[in-house]
Write a new protein. Structure first.
Length: 107
């Protein structure tokens, strides 16, 4: 509870306990006072930023930056390349006796 108000979560949460140094606690308290949110909220935001979706988005952006333009010197299109490498060889290796029949649809 915060100042007489009950906290209500619209998502499932897991309660945990952490140890903070006095400097860390003080920094959280200052930011909580400045922004009007709880310590818990600040900690959840920091975790999300560092380890959650934001981190995944940054990894994706980084990968895209590093690979942008790699195909520009190729003579064939991406579609032609995929058609060329999809020879069926891997399926023949997996199923030397032939492809298994599709199972009958469920009734």
């Amino acid at each position: 509870m915060t100042q007489g108000r009950a906290a209500m979560y619209t998502y499932i949460v897991e309660r945990t306990q952490i140890y903070l140094s006095p400097a860390q606690a003080s920094a959280l308290d200052r930011e909580a006072k400045r922004t009007g949110v709880t310590r818990s909220h600040l900690i959840r935001e920091a975790i999300e930023e560092r380890y959650g979706l934001a981190a995944d988005r940054e990894r994706l952006r980084s990968a895209l930056r590093e690979t942008a333009g790699l195909w520009r010197d190729r003579k064939e299109s991406g579609e032609a390349y995929i058609d060329r490498i999809r020879t069926g060889q891997r399926l023949r290796e997996l199923y030397p006796q032939g492809f298994p029949e599709d199972p009958p649809p469920e009734a």
